[in-house]
Design a protein around this ligand. Structure first.
Ligand code: GLY
Length: 366
């Protein structure tokens, strides 16, 4: 059971490979890519303890000269000082233009390793081996790399596409269930924005809240369809000039929830889940979407064990202010991605504060 999904880009196309047990064969997957001899593996201590040895063994057996750099886990370490640590190892190991940085980990590791690869010697090669569901279906594909500024998430970054994204679904068996659910929010997102067949498959599943209840065939289908959706969008709009913005479905309100809860109470996937429910209600209020479809979305989000209400204590006025400072604001107007049917969305700037004041209070957890 293997899926190979091309990401077709003008400068440099690459493949997303989804293959069970591929992590331990990463060296063989890298061989045909004609990379240089040196590979620097960037990871965090927990992931590296679990998978580092088999990745290093495989790379060495394939003839690569391997080094590693471990960074502390968590969004709060996604900073320029962590990038400095990668540069220090790159310098010690004398990485060259033909050398590769390989990200082994979740979205935080991938974003930082990618940014270091984008900037070291003005850009060296980069490979993604994502280990979380969220990184597999979203962050590892499409070349967005970067770090946070104390004043905001992902404010410093670069587009730098990987040469390969290698996904081993077996890795998900060790992922904490809450992180699995966070990734599931992005999977549901693809169902709503682009793939009604995926949405139906998710609806038909018995349970989605823990990986052990998701049969391996369904997991492969979920990964394949999600990565395909992301690859299609990125292939059409690499630098987010238009279409790629649809990937931000649920993220507009989601980011406001994340930032107002200090990035601690809810994780990214949970915030996106709440944001999708809000976007659904806004779309219904604008008569762009029918209530039945919005209810189906809410039920699916609940089935995945994700929240559907704005956390208690948050104030809708504060949320409206937070929305104004989002990266998605264009010429002072907040852009929303709203569904028109399952599998289709539209980008609009027609959501005003009065509409938000009508919808948000009804979503507050009391
Ligand atoms: N995660 C949104 C994007 O890659 O564009």
């Amino acid at each position: 059971m293997k899926s190979v999904i091309p990401v077709q880009l003008p400068q440099q196309s690459y493949e997303v490979v989804i293959a069970p047990d591929s992590l331990a064969q990463v060296g063989q997957w890298l061989q045909p890519l004609k990379l240089g001899k040196k590979v620097l593996v960037v990871s965090n201590p927990m992931i590296f303890r679990r998978y580092g040895e088999s990745v290093l063994t495989s790379l060495t057996a394939a003839g690569f000269q391997v080094s590693s750099c471990l960074l502390p886990p968590g969004e709060r370490y996604k900073t320029l000082s962590s990038i400095q640590k990668i540069y220090d190892v790159a310098l010690t190991e004398r990485l060259e233009r033909s050398s590769t940085i390989l990200a082994l980990g979740g979205g935080v590791v991938g974003d930082m390793a990618g940014f270091a690869a984008a900037t070291w010697l003005r850009g060296i090669r980069f490979v993604q081996v994502p280990t979380s569901l969220l990184a597999m279906v979203d962050a590892s594909i499409g070349g967005k790399t970067g770090v946070n500024h104390p004043q905001g998430k992902n404010l410093i970054g670069a587009f730098h596409q990987p040469r390969l994204v290698l996904i081993d679904p077996q890795v998900l068996t060790t992922l904490p269930a809450r992180e699995f659910r966070a990734g599931m929010a992005e999977v549901i997102k693809y169902g709503v924005i682009r793939d009604a067949v995926l949405f139906d498959a998710l609806e038909a599943a018995k349970r989605l809240d823990q990986q052990r209840y998701v049969p391996i065939e369904l997991l492969q289908e979920i990964l394949t369809r999600s990565c395909q959706a992301k690859a299609d969008v990125v292939s059409q709009d690499e630098k987010e000039a238009g279409l790629r913005a649809i990937l931000n479905y649920g993220h507009t309100i989601g980011h406001a929830v994340e930032s107002l809860t200090g990035y601690r109470r809810v994780n990214h996937g949970e915030a996106v889940a709440i944001g999708m429910v809000a976007a659904g209600q806004i779309a219904v209020a604008l008569q762009m979407w029918d209530q039945t479809s919005a209810d189906r979305q809410t039920q699916l989000i609940q089935k995945a064990g994700l929240p559907i209400q704005i956390p208690s204590g948050l104030d809708s006025e504060a949320m409206i202010v937070a929305l104004q400072s989002d990266k998605k604001v264009l010429d002072g107007r907040v852009r929303f991605i709203l569904p028109t049917q399952i599998g289709q969305v539209e980008i609009t700037d027609q959501v005003d504060a009065a509409l938000l004041r009508a919808v948000l209070p009804s979503m507050m957890d009391t």
